[in-house]
Design a protein around this ligand. Structure first.
Ligand code: PEP
Length: 248
């Protein structure tokens, strides 16, 4: 039985003061502990997250990292810095990083390997653009992202995969629960081909793309969707509460 995992991605929103307010509000909520949950926050908020959340069931992590240990990489943060602040997750290869910062599968793979070596849980994002879907290329694109993203990785199920159709991110358009489930099933099949049935049954695959209180139940009722990576709806405590408490 895979434990559902709901993770917020704040993107470039909320500075330390707002972060402290929101996390303090979330900490006071009655959240379902049969679900794993947390927030990936801008790096500048990580210390605030540690201060507010350390010792609670609310995990936290980063939205990106570089794969090197330390050195002359101006503007980057390292996996060792993330473990120092007791981060759990790190999002790797979000479509916004692929699109605006030109991250490719090779770089993303190095980041996934490095995150695992440091005991972090990478949330590897994959997904197709609208043009790719309209050209029926969604499986081809996602296959390349999964196969290249997992190159050289031994323990696949230590990674969380987020299937995020790019046309559904931040647009208010959600993939239908059937389409989202069938892509998550396809990804699970790829993992089975690469790592065998046991890993495929264990690995958690989130859906991301305008997931919100009104559609969470339908999406998470699907067999292959094990949680959500949530942008907009993770910026409000009451929305996040309804997402985590989707079983209630
Ligand atoms: C995301 O940031 O990964 C995301 C899915 O955003 P939103 O929920 O706003 O579509």
């Amino acid at each position: 039985m895979r434990k559902p995992v709901i993770v917020g991605n704040w993107k470039m929103n909320l500075g330390p003061k707002e972060a402290k307010n929101l996390l303090t509000e979330v900490k006071a909520l009655d959240l379902d502990n049969s679900v794993e949950y947390g927030f990936c926050v801008p790096s500048i908020d990580l210390l605030v997250a540690k201060e507010v959340l350390e010792g609670t069931n609310i995990n936290y992590g980063a939205e990106n990292m570089y794969f090197e240990e330390s050195g002359a990489f101006t503007g980057e943060i390292s996996p060792a810095m993330l473990t120092e602040v007791k981060a759990t997750y790190v999002i790797i290869g979000h479509s916004e990083r692929r699109q605006y910062f030109k991250e490719d599968n090779e770089l993303i793979n190095k980041k996934v390997i490095s995150a695992l070596e440091h005991g972090l849980t990478p949330i590897l994002c994959v997904g197709e653009t609208l043009e790719e879907r309209e050209a029926n290329k969604e499986e081809e694109v996602v296959k390349e992202e999964v196969v290249k993203g997992f190159e050289g990785i031994k323990e696949a199920d230590k990674v969380i995969i987020a299937y995020e159709p790019i046309w559904a991110i931040g647009t208010g358009k959600t993939a239908s629960a059937e389409d989202a489930d069938s892509m998550c099933a396809y990804i699970r099949k790829l993992i089975e081909e690469l790592y065998g049935k046991e890993s495929a049954e264990k690995i958690r695959i989130q859906y991301g793309g305008s997931m919100k209180p009104s559609n969470v139940k339908e999406l998470l009722a699907k067999e292959n969707i094990d949680g959500g990576l949530i942008g907009g709806a993770s910026l409000k405590a009451s929305d996040f509460e309804q997402l985590v408490n989707f079983k209630k």
